[in-house]
Design a protein. Structure first.
Length: 318
């Protein structure tokens, strides 16, 4: 017969498993918001691969033309029907859906657990020297760095396949990790900035769990900040992934500046801020938080209705 301690441990394990499962379900569901706006992502990718736009007609041609060579945009568009152009906006959607599913699950679920471990390690070290809010913000940033590294290592090939298909280039096995250095720096900075800003905002909340308003405002601030800071990195990464030869970040950045000026690094920024950021940067994380809280609440209610007592489900936000 099991002792009360064994029963309590078994109940805690069961609750933790349910919590983890609910987080994965929430992350997988939220990740598919990206799929809904894949055509917008394709337009952004093509704009970043092309460079500064000088007219509305040029914007239309670049956005709706699947061409890996910017100078050949009008030539390739001449014999292409409007229906084909619209259909091309969904190029790479399969690789994108898989990549977002895996990456969002790692980022949203893994981030919480890594942050919790990092925070429990840092608190004794900085006790009396830093506030709880500062420790939470720092822990979120450090955990984000770890997530960014893992995301780059495992999912960069899928991102390369998606981008090559969006601009009409056939991806090669040897080029799957092309632009990896830019992607690594971009993903590390993205996760670090997003979760630092988000945790910096919600850490001032006095409640154990952030309210929907705090989640929305924190996600919005983090998403917009991320978009503005990371757009130059995205431009360089995209150019490196679609280049016909391997090149370094410094070489690509210098070539872009020499040929197209500083405006090249802002390519696609307007579209991202107006359309992509609200849905892609803010929406998935906000939906993840809401779904996670709902599923964990339902799980907790089921546990409380059970005949035996179980330990409370740990929260990952604070």
């Amino acid at each position: 017969m099991k002792s009360e301690t064994q029963i309590s441990n078994d109940s805690l394990k069961a609750s933790s498993t349910k919590t983890l499962f609910s987080e994965f379900i929430a992350a997988a569901t939220a990740s598919q918001l990206d799929t809904l706006i894949h055509p917008v992502n394709t337009v952004v990718t093509r704009l970043q691969n092309h460079g500064p736009i000088h007219s509305v007609n040029e914007l239309k041609e670049v956005a709706l033309t699947q061409s890996e060579i910017p100078n050949a945009v009008q030539l390739s568009a001449a014999g292409t029907s409007k229906k084909t152009k619209i259909k091309s906006l969904w190029s790479g959607v399969g690789a994108s859906a898989v990549q977002k599913l895996l990456a969002r699950s790692l980022r949203f679920v893994g981030q919480g657990h890594l942050q919790q471990q990092t925070q429990s390690y840092l608190e004794p070290l900085v006790q009396g020297h830093a506030s709880k809010e500062t420790v939470q913000t720092l822990s979120g940033g450090l955990a984000g760095v770890e997530i960014g590294v893992l995301e780059s290592i495992f999912f960069h090939p899928l991102d390369t396949i998606k981008i090559c298909q969006q601009v009409g280039k056939k991806p090669t096995f040897g080029g799957l990790y092309q632009g990896f250095n830019a992607a690594l720096g971009r993903n590390v900075l993205a996760s670090c900035v997003f979760f630092s800003v988000y945790n910096g905002w919600v850490s001032h909340n006095k409640n154990e769990q952030p309210s929907m308003k705090d989640n929305f405002l924190g996600s919005t601030l983090a998403g917009v900040t991320n978009t503005v800071i990371l757009n130059p990195w995205d431009v360089i990464k995209t150019r490196m992934q679609t280049a016909n030869h391997k090149t370094t970040m410094a070489e690509m950045a210098l070539n872009l500046f020499r040929l197209q000026g500083i405006r090249a690094f802002a390519s696609g920024l307007g579209t991202k801020l107006l359309i992509q950021t609200p849905v892609k940067a803010i929406g998935p994380f906000l939906m993840f938080q809401l779904l996670k809280d709902y599923l964990q609440k339902k799980s907790a209610e089921n546990v409380s209705d059970a005949p035996c007592k179980t330990a409370a489900i740990p929260t990952l936000t604070k």
